[in-house]
Unconditional design. Structure first.
Length: 416
């Protein structure tokens, strides 16, 4: 194998980190350590640079420079924010509990977005309406029609933002009122692009109404699930895409360019494609006739091949992702098609018993979209549609702070 010196065996990793095999599996499943198949044995090899990062995290409290290095990878906070707070078993949006104050109360997504943007929770339902002039509407509709021609919804969203940038559709200045006017307008169009049967003439409806109409979802349970997905996915503190949005805003980029950068980051392998990976292994379990033994063998073979089962474990929640727990329970108690998720449910239970791993948000999103009979890749699209609200909040906050974002790198001299 080329560059084999960049990898360690499991025995070497266990000694290096002073951990047990179960802990190594947990690190791999959470994406902390990349592994590959060893062509010379039936075992696996583990990326040495990932091991080094974990060593840095363990030594994070020994000094400022080391702590700063650790902070880049789920470590100590690197900036102050009033938007979201991640706690052990819940998440706060501003001063409100995501579950008891917002999702449980079925607060509309628009109200939650405005809460993230302004810090104020408005109790009566908010309805966003277009505020464009006739000339502006013409440019936005040109971008919309060109974006609709794209195949997948993720490409339609990317195309819409790109086309608006090319048409020079931008807020005249970065003041909050102009940014929010842009944000509300953008959401009306992106929601219409997300649901396949929606059209430009329907963009005056609420976001959930637009999505449910486009996906042909009519039940109250379905509306509750779609709204809860959007609310639960709206914000998650300083994730990578949010950091990129803030960095772009700190450099003076307008809102569309900040969102374009954030969305490009979101579509990388660590966020959007993690949801696709869950869909991929779940397809292997799609047969309702699989015995428990067959299902377990498929999952075990996948773990042996890939080194993990995507969608389990989260580095910020030692007792499991509370967003996933909430959404899964919502689906289990709904009138949805539970038969469509029976194999996924069995996989969730097996992972908990066999490896002590809890599902994260990716699994919950796939669970709910299958429950509702939505097409593949819808889970990732709904995730990103919701997350635009968080990115906009970070852009607004960064502009108020007015501070540059310019991390330093520690130079490491190459050795021959």
């Amino acid at each position: 194998m080329s560059n084999k010196q960049n990898y360690l065996t499991s025995k070497q990793v266990l000694k290096e980190l002073d951990i047990k095999p179960q802990t190594l599996y947990a690190y791999v499943s959470r994406g902390w350590i990349k592994s590959i198949a060893d062509p010379n044995t039936r075992g696996r090899l583990y990326l040495k640079s990932d091991i080094d990062k974990l060593q840095i995290r363990k030594r994070a409290r020994s000094g400022h420079a080391v702590a700063a290095a650790s902070a880049i990878h789920f470590g100590d906070p690197v900036l102050e924010s009033s938007i979201a707070e991640i706690l052990e078993n819940t998440v706060h949006y501003r001063n409100y509990d995501l579950f008891t104050d917002l999702a449980d109360q079925n607060v509309p997504f628009e109200n939650v977005a405005e809460l993230l943007w302004s810090g104020t929770l408005i109790l009566q339902p908010i309805r966003w309406e277009s505020a464009l002039s006739s000339a502006e509407t013409k440019r936005w509709n040109i971008a919309y029609e060109q974006a609709r021609a794209q195949g997948e919804s993720k490409h339609r969203i990317a195309a819409m933002i790109s086309q608006l940038t090319l048409l020079d559709v931008r807020e005249p200045d970065p003041r909050a009122d102009q940014t929010l006017k842009m944000a509300r307008e953008l959401y009306l169009y992106l929601a219409a692009l997300t649901a396949p049967q929606s059209g430009a003439e329907k963009i005056s409806r609420s976001i959930v109404e637009t999505l449910c109409g486009g996906f042909k979802l009519t039940s109250p349970d379905a509306r509750k699930i779609i709204n809860s997905i959007l609310v639960a996915c709206a914000e998650h503190e300083l994730n990578t895409a949010s950091f990129v949005a803030r960095a772009a805003a700190a450099n003076g980029a307008d809102t569309l360019l900040c969102l374009e950068a954030a969305y490009a980051t979101f579509r990388g392998t660590q966020q959007a494609y993690q949801v696709y990976a869950v869909e991929a292994w779940n397809h292997k379990l799609h047969s309702q006739k699989l015995s428990d033994q067959d299902l377990h063998q498929i999952l075990e073979a996948h773990i042996q091949s890939e080194g993990k089962l995507d969608g389990f474990g989260h580095p910020l929640y030692k007792d499991g992702d509370p967003r996933a727990r909430y959404l899964l329970n919502l689906g289990r108690n709904s009138a949805g098609n539970l038969k469509a998720v029976s194999s996924l449910e069995r996989a969730i239970q097996w992972m908990k018993v066999q490896y002590g791993e809890e599902p994260n948000l990716d699994v919950a999103l796939v669970y709910l979209t299958r429950l509702l009979g939505l097409p593949d890749k819808t889970a990732s699209t709904l995730f990103s549609l919701a997350r635009f609200s968080g990115w906009i909040a970070h852009i607004l906050e960064q502009r108020v702070l007015g501070t540059p974002i310019r991390p330093r790198a520690k130079f490491v001299r190459a050795t021959s």
